[in-house]
Design a protein around this ligand. Structure first.
Ligand SMILES: C[S@@+](CC[C@H](N)C(=O)[O-])C[C@H]1O[C@@H](n2cnc3c(N)ncnc32)[C@H](O)[C@@H]1O
Ligand code: SF4
Length: 469
């Protein structure tokens, strides 16, 4: 393999040295800001408050609500991946899937009528857990329930997270027949030693055959999109092993790549304790892996979008970043024209712009709430005006790597300006006449830069989040 440092790269050798010298300073707990305020700030709803009327939340939007996204959480997986930080239950019992589906459909039927009939659904996302824990027939009945209860746009994007170990080309064809056109495959890493250490073994050949099945159908029908999820910072990874993974990834030519920073928090996710600390790459090595990955993917036709996404130059996400219409949401980044997302199923979060509400995480109490024809909301956050302003700043930074100066008046953001000047001296941002521009070096530390505007999780004393690096 060639030495990456010899390439004409996006991040130069000098920039890399500077980044390395800042790693220890910024390797602190820091949110990923898929929402602001973060889910940690949600407040438990007590007693009667739990019965929040969604129609009242829609009314707050003053008739400006034209489109919504839907998120459906399928919480079951057959096997535990040790690194996993998602909300899931490990089971082999497929009957649990049918019981859950019945309740999920009931929740849809109970909540959908309060959404004004003219509001269209433009994005549907099935996530988990493992959506393909459900059989094709079960997925079909879920799709039927969505179509029967919502006004779904003809151009709607139907996305599904696919655990490659649970599907074959026959299933792929069935899933396409149901109407899915966005496929997100959990790849994580192709290296055998890493796969064993995370308890998730899947071969290159098995992924290749799934891609072929999707691409064959794509030739005959509409424009599909394939996303790969990768994770850097996993056990036994180093620059060489991860570069081999990336070579495999590029040879399979996905349209999008989400390259997540491994969030290691065994106190919150006990299965992560099965991963030995000594096998994990340290912060310096993680950043070296990340820089190599950015340079390699950029040289192979991908463009970095925001924090952790890489897409082709003609992809809607990249165009949205260029046009400043990109949004950040619980699924990461999107080019959707709506911030309103309705979440269904255990632990799912609904974002109504004025407020965010989270469903019960436990199956039993979720089922009880649905049986009693109640919503399953147990936590909420009503955004104040200050929350809205800070959310707009944080998401503008994470999406577009700039901030218009007029949005951060000195009188309202004294402490923030002091910190921004420190970042400027460190080479993370450039303060220009009309805007703050995040530098190439700053992009690596973009979570830390965004954190300056977080009034709940100040830089100095934040706990309960994964490290920024
Ligand atoms: C909610 S999971 C569901 C995907 C599907 N169950 C699968 O594994 O193929 C979505 C993605 O989150 C990422 N992920 C899970 N745990 C993580 C962690 N602790 N740190 C960073 N990323 C993680 C993985 O890349 C995974 O594919
Ligand atoms: S990574 Fe995916 S398959 Fe593995 S335990 Fe988590 S949700 Fe389940």
């Amino acid at each position: 393999m060639e030495n990456v440092d010899n390439w004409q790269t996006k991040i130069s050798v000098q920039q890399k040295q500077k980044i390395m010298s800042l790693v220890e300073t910024f390797n602190k707990p820091c949110p990923r800001y898929t929402s602001y305020p973060t889910a940690k700030q949600f407040i438990p709803l007590e007693g009667s408050e739990e019965q929040i009327e969604e129609s009242e939340l829609y009314a707050e939007l003053d008739g400006n609500l034209k489109t919504v996204s839907l998120y459906l959480h399928i919480p079951f997986c057959q096997q535990l991946c040790y690194y996993c930080g998602c909300h899931k239950f490990i089971t082999q019992n497929k009957e649990k899937g049918q019981t859950y589906l019945n309740y999920l459909i009931k929740e849809i039927e109970q909540r959908a009528p309060s959404l004004p009939a003219e509001v269209q659904v433009t994005d549907i996302h099935l996530g988990g857990g493992t959506p393909t824990f459900l059989s094709d027939e079960q997925l079909q009945s879920l799709a039927n329930a969505l179509k029967a209860n919502f006004n779904i746009s003809d151009k709607c994007e139907w996305a599904i997270e696919l655990d490659p170990r649970t599907v074959d080309s026959t299933r792929i064809n069935n899933i396409i027949d149901i109407g899915f056109n966005r496929f997100s495959l959990g790849i994580q890493d192709f290296n055998d030693k890493t796969q064993i250490a995370i308890n998730r073994q899947q071969s290159y050949q098995s992924i290749e055959s799934l891609i072929l099945a999707i691409r064959q159908r794509q030739a005959a029908t509409t424009n599909f999109s394939i996303n790969f999820d990768l994770v850097y910072g996993l056990p036994h990874q180093n620059q060489q092993t991860f570069m081999q993974t990336l070579e495999n990834v590029v040879s399979l030519n996905p349209d999008r790549i989400a390259m997540f920073n491994y969030a290691h928090m065994p106190s919150m996710f006990p299965s992560q304790a099965k991963i030995k600390q000594a096998d994990l790459p340290n912060a310096q090595l993680k950043v070296a892996i990340l820089i190599d990955a950015i340079n390699y993917l950029e040289m192979n036709g991908y463009r970095q979008v925001g924090l952790d996404h890489f897409v082709k130059a003609d992809d809607n996400l990249y165009l949205a970043q260029q046009n400043e219409t990109l949004i950040r949401n619980f699924q990461g980044y999107a080019d959707s024209d709506t911030q309103v997302m309705l979440g269904f199923g255990v632990s799912a979060i609904s974002d109504y712009s004025v407020a965010m509400l989270q469903n019960d995480k436990h199956l039993k109490s979720y089922y009880q709430a649905i049986d009693q024809k109640q919503t399953a909301f147990v936590k909420a956050l009503f955004r104040s005006n200050d929350d809205k302003q800070r959310e707009s700043l944080i998401h503008h930074l994470l999406c577009h790597l700039t901030l218009p100066i007029q949005q951060i008046p000195l009188s309202d953001y004294v402490e923030e300006w002091v910190q921004l000047k420190v970042f400027e001296r460190q080479g993370l941002v450039k303060i220009e006449a009309d805007k703050i521009q995040v530098s190439q070096i700053g992009q690596i530390f973009i979570r830390n830069i965004a954190q300056v505007f977080d009034s709940y999780n100040k830089l100095s004393h934040v706990k309960g989040f994964s490290n920024a690096i």
